[in-house]
Design a protein around this ligand. Structure first.
Ligand SMILES: [Zn+2]
Length: 276
């Protein structure tokens, strides 16, 4: 059973709770945190899908080259890490066109910043499909304070452009929902980021096993800045500080532990194997 490994490649100042708090000068740590990420994946001989923030690829073209040379897949994670609720059809279209010309090819996959795909932003599916994307991985089938669509399917499917939680066999675009753990009917997000740092490896492994028993792949993710021991910590309110920085120092070990327990591939490889 193959599971899916994804990396949201962004700077430490891109997450929603941090982005408006930074000063004019922002320390660039992307080259360092990308190297840590690539080394970790190389150690385990793993290939992943990297959803890259466009402005980073523009400022540092070498990062696209390095990701490719290491055998990973490139996807798009917004040009300036702006959630879909701050964009519109025209803006997303021009962002993706700009990214495609930067990387010199048509990008196949998208992850909305802050998992901001829902029925309020379903117009994004049309934009992605019209620009030749093959898949999206932005739906979190649980409700969290910032995002999530609690009744979305947990298995990869082709979403209707009229209602993102419904399947439509005529749609060309696939959706790869993020891993959740269902406990007594309540869906708990465990796929990555804060939730991966918060919950134990045992619980996340249990969630993966449960899905795999139904022949459903688990889609997990992490951020490059979560592996960087020197990620700058900003003064935030208690809740925001907790969500953004909780247990950052344990993340590398935890991730490696989890990656050693299951087989993970990129979305590209998964699609080539299971979806003709
Ligand atoms: Zn992100």
């Amino acid at each position: 059973m193959l599971n899916i490994l994804t990396v949201d490649l962004e700077e430490w100042y891109h997450p929603e709770y941090v982005k408006n708090k930074t000063q004019a000068h922002k320390e660039e740590r992307i080259q360092h945190s990308l190297k840590i990420t690539l080394d970790l994946l190389a150690r385990r001989s793993l290939n992943a899908t990297f959803f890259v923030v466009g402005e980073l690829a523009e400022r540092h073209p070498e990062i696209i080259k390095q990701i490719r040379e290491n055998g990973h897949e490139i996807g798009f994670h917004g040009y300036h890490h702006e959630p879909l609720w701050n964009l519109n059809i025209k803006m997303l279209r021009s962002e993706l066109e700009k990214f495609n010309s930067l990387i010199g090819e048509k990008c196949n996959g998208f992850r909305a910043p802050s998992f901001s795909l829902s029925n309020k932003t379903k117009w994004a599916l049309r934009v992605l499909e019209s620009l030749g994307c093959k898949y999206d991985s932005s739906l979190f089938p649980a409700k969290t304070p910032l995002y999530g669509v609690w009744n979305a399917p947990t298995k990869p499917y082709k979403p209707s452009h009229k209602n993102v939680v419904e399947k439509d066999e005529n749609s060309k675009l696939w959706e790869f929902p993020l891993l959740v753990y269902t406990l007594k009917g309540i869906k708990v997000p465990v796929a990555g980021g804060f939730y991966m740092r918060f919950f134990s490896v045992g619980l996340i492994a249990k969630a993966i096993k449960k899905l795999n028993q139904q022949e459903i792949p688990a889609v997990i993710f992490f951020h490059n800045w979560e592996l960087d021991q020197e990620t700058p910590r900003l003064k935030l309110g208690l809740y925001r500080y907790f969500v953004t920085y909780h247990k950052l120092k344990d993340m590398s070990k935890k991730l490696e532990d989890l990656l050693s327990k299951f087989k993970f591939v990129s979305i590209k490889e998964y699609m080539e194997t299971y979806i003709a």
